[in-house]
Design a protein around this ligand. Structure first.
Ligand code: FE2
Length: 257
């Protein structure tokens, strides 16, 4: 089984890049299951119903979110759709699901979404403890477990790798929009990458217009972020899972211009 995880779609241009790239990529790489992080899709923050529908048309299997989950009010109309997952360590009782269980090639795949607590500006529960609870609950009901850790700090993400080592198939980071070159499969069989990178405008400050971003940094005055234009990149990673024993055997980074 081959699983493709795609990093944060940034803006409608990023979504367009996904639309033109994904069908071919799936065919060329024999992809069975696709996860996309979509929390920056609509105007750079959140996910509207229109963009959600386009992702469904593309037949992505699971959509993960992050700190901008609630940025577009449309989200409350479809947050309970099983295809979409918001961070599991939000306060108990918030709408939506923190993980989803899907069927693929006769296997059950759990996808868990978590949000970090370092420099995220969001009060969330402890992701390390929350993920333990979820794994304890589902581990005998699923064959494969994949975790999107949407977090700013590399240290927090690397710590999560060690925390989940040998207990899940894949831990990938999202949120920083810059792909890291530290992909590996650990000796215990967990694929890991600190950040998948983004699917969005290449010439930008993590997807945002360079002029507006520079103005903020240079003047320290408030300046509205605006999405960048221009050619997009698509970033992600593909893992190979053994169909017999469900052990992760390989990870390849994807960076497409
Ligand atoms: Fe984010």
């Amino acid at each position: 089984m081959r699983v493709l995880a795609i990093g944060d779609i940034v803006g409608e241009n990023g979504l367009e890049k996904l639309k033109v790239t994904l069908p071919k990529l799936k065919e060329e790489k024999n992809i069975d299951f696709v996860i996309v992080n979509a929390e920056n899709t609509s105007g750079g923050m959140g996910l509207t119903f229109k963009c959600f529908n386009e992702l469904q048309k593309l037949k992505v299997d699971s959509i993960t979110m992050g700190n901008h989950t609630w940025a577009k009010k449309d989200i409350f109309d479809f947050i309970n759709n099983p295809i979409i997952i918001r961070p599991a360590n939000y306060s108990e009782g918030v709408p939506g699901h923190g993980y989803g269980i899907y069927e693929c090639k006769g296997k059950k795949i759990a996808v868990i979404d978590l949000i970090g607590r370092t420099d995220m500006g969001i009060l969330s529960e402890n992701p390390f403890l929350v993920v333990d609870k979820i794994i304890n609950k589902i581990s005998d009901k699923v064959d494969i477990i994949i975790v999107d850790f949407h977090a700013e700090a590399t240290a927090e993400k690397i710590a999560m790798k060690y925390h989940l080592d040998g207990r899940v198939n894949f831990v990938f980071g999202t949120h920083t929009h810059v792909q890291t070159a530290d992909e590996e499969v650990t000796e215990k069989g967990t694929a890991y990458i600190t950040d998948l990178g983004m699917t969005g405008p290449k010439n930008s400050v993590i997807g945002m217009d360079t002029e507006a971003s520079l103005k903020r940094f240079i003047t320290s005055l408030p300046e509205r972020y605006k999405l960048a234009n221009g050619d997009c990149i698509l970033c992600g990673a593909i893992i190979d899972i053994n169909d017999e024993c469900c052990r992760t055997e390989n990870i390849d980074r994807i960076y497409l211009k």
